[in-house]
Design a protein around this ligand. Structure first.
Ligand SMILES: [Zn+2]
Ligand SMILES: [Zn+2]
Length: 366
């Protein structure tokens, strides 16, 4: 009897102590849930127990091998959680605090950070650490570097689902209009209405665009685009988008054109619909070669600006976005279409990558 009991106990506790489940990138088109050690917080760091996370389009690029990360890395960069452990030197927080951590975790101390370029912390794209250069959020626990700069406490009035999309897509999306310095009354065109493009539409709306034209062919996304603030949605499969935007703006073109896809074609279209002196605000991630057509760029003499932005991170950015949600100015919960447990995260990847079942964003509960 005694031996049997011991065996049963062993079976029940087969989980090695100090380990957690995490989604590991093993190589292109090869991800799997594995048992890995629970991280420990050193000086200035924190460990959070992840309560909700999501899958980003960038994670799909990583999965396909289109964006390179090292095999063995835990991926994911959009964490909501509860503080599990605080390293020395992190003050003003208590174990058990609910926190949102941005996808980008700036140190707050380097040249780039102190020049206001948080996303470029430590070097180009250096602010993006989770699931890129260090272990990410699609796991039960997550080590947060530079915790003092990156843990944003969540109000009791806000649910995990209300804030999870702020970590990346909201911060990235709304930054397009911010970086373009969109003025009240400006007109805007937003190319592509995936999760980031939809948030870019929200941003243009919040910044005071008078007229927002979105470009999208998927009917579900087109409908969501109107809900998020677009006045008109053009289907590029049914019309000449450049001509139609010119017509809708009485020949002027738009003040701000936002590119949220990352292709040569959309970048060119965005440039072609710009008003004189307008700004092309680019959020897309491009690969291969990118060229600027000379004619819509007015041979470089047209006073047109092209600006790019990588997701602004840090706790103050997260606090501001959460305030927007708290006061009813921003609600991205309609974008959450599917919910999965961490055990089924590979199914969630399939659904998300294949754009099946009207999926917009999936959320994952560890
Ligand atoms: Zn992302
Ligand atoms: Zn820095």
């Amino acid at each position: 009897m005694g031996t049997q009991l011991q065996e049963q106990e062993l079976a029940a506790t087969q989980i090695p102590a100090g380990t957690m489940r995490a989604l590991v990138f093993r190589g292109p088109n090869d991800i799997a849930l594995e048992r890995v050690p629970i991280p420990k917080a050193s000086v200035g760091e924190a460990v959070i127990r992840v309560t909700l996370t999501t899958i980003c389009g960038t994670d799909v690029h990583i999965l396909k091998g289109e964006y390179k990360v090292r095999p063995g890395l835990v991926i994911g960069h959009e964490p909501v959680g509860v503080i599990h452990e605080l390293g020395d030197g992190v003050t003003g927080y208590t174990v058990g605090d609910r926190v949102l951590v941005g996808a980008i975790t700036p140190c707050g101390q380097c040249d780039a950070c102190l020049s206001g370029h948080w996303s470029q912390c430590g070097g180009p794209i250096g602010g993006w650490k989770f699931g890129n250069t260090i272990n990410g959020a699609q796991a039960e626990f997550l080590l947060v570097p530079n915790a003092q700069a990156n843990l944003a406490k969540i109000s009791d009035a806000l649910s995990d689902e209300q804030v999870v999309l702020l970590a990346d897509i909201a911060s990235t999306g709304v930054s397009a209009a911010e970086s373009a310095d969109l003025q009240i009354g400006d007109t805007a065109a937003v190319f592509a209405q995936g999760p980031i493009g939809l948030c870019a539409t929200v941003g243009a709306h919040l910044k005071g665009a008078s007229f927002i034209i979105a470009v999208e062919s998927d009917p579900v996304r087109a409908a969501m685009s109107k809900r998020m603030g677009a006045d008109v949605v053009l289907n590029f499969k049914e019309c000449d988008v450049v001509e139609e935007i010119r017509r809708l703006t009485e020949g002027r073109g738009v003040d701000v054109a936002i590119e949220a896809l990352g292709t040569q074609e959309t970048l060119e279209m965005a440039l072609r619909v710009l008003e004189r002196g307008g700004t092309l605000s680019s959020l897309g991630v491009y690969s291969g070669k990118l060229s600027i057509p000379v004619e819509p760029f007015a041979s470089g003499l047209g006073d047109k600006k092209i600006v790019t932005t990588l997701c602004p991170g840090g706790k103050e950015r997260m606090r501001r976005l959460m305030e927007m949600v708290l006061h009813g100015k921003l609600d991205l919960t309609p974008l959450i279409t599917h919910r999965f447990k961490l055990d089924r995260i590979t199914d969630a990847y399939k659904l998300f990558a294949e754009h099946r079942d009207g999926v917009m964003k999936v959320v994952i509960t560890p």
